[in-house]
Design a protein. Sequence first.
Length: 257
Amino acid sequence: MIINKSADCISFTTTRQGGVSVGNYASFNLSPFSGDNPVHLEENHQLLCQKLGIEPSKLIIPFQTHGTEIRIIDQAFFHGSADEKTYCLNGVDALITQLPGVCIGVSTADCVPLIFFDAQKKVVAVAHAGWRGTCARIAEKTLLTMIEKFGCNTTDIIVSIGPSISVAVYEVGNEVLKNFENAGFDTGEIFVERNGSVYLDLWEANRQSLLNAGIIPEHIEIAGICSYTEHERFFSARRLGIKSGRMLSGIMIQCAN
């Protein structure tokens, strides 16, 4: 588990090690939507929450669909019934909160996890950016929501691009290139052609989105860790298949002492 702590927040990306799941989910799978044994999944959630010092009810993970739907997690969310919470989190690929002690996270296994932190407004966000979400500019849309709903300023926001598949191995079809071209991306900067194949740089594509939205270059952190090549340490759906484990990348505002 990779953890970053400050006086204001805790952010992290989990690794494959340290849990109880087996097979393609071995061992620290955190996704409730991957087909893992619910008993193993519950224990893994308990282990993570113990590390974070929170109750499992304060760990919020959406059901992602490679879209750009964003949810704000506020007190009203916690006043809802279990069914209402499930409905609220269905088809969501980004979360934002200002509540201390509430961990929001997105699950990935090659897609890009984005983690946002505004130290001035004490607002945090996470987003799941596969090629579809990246192309649809989920990074920019998440930032715009932070600005509109919480009064954030892009010059105050730090964004981390977490472990995910790298341009060295992420081969895609020409139709993906065309989608990014139509969306206005500088495809010359985010696609590489080698031996007749096309490779996509999701890290650079999201960096472009963040810069376009006004994030200061020095405030963009790229982990530079490829989930596909480091598959023994991180889950990779391209290696293990869809029915496999997922890492969780999350962030939580620290409760005041």
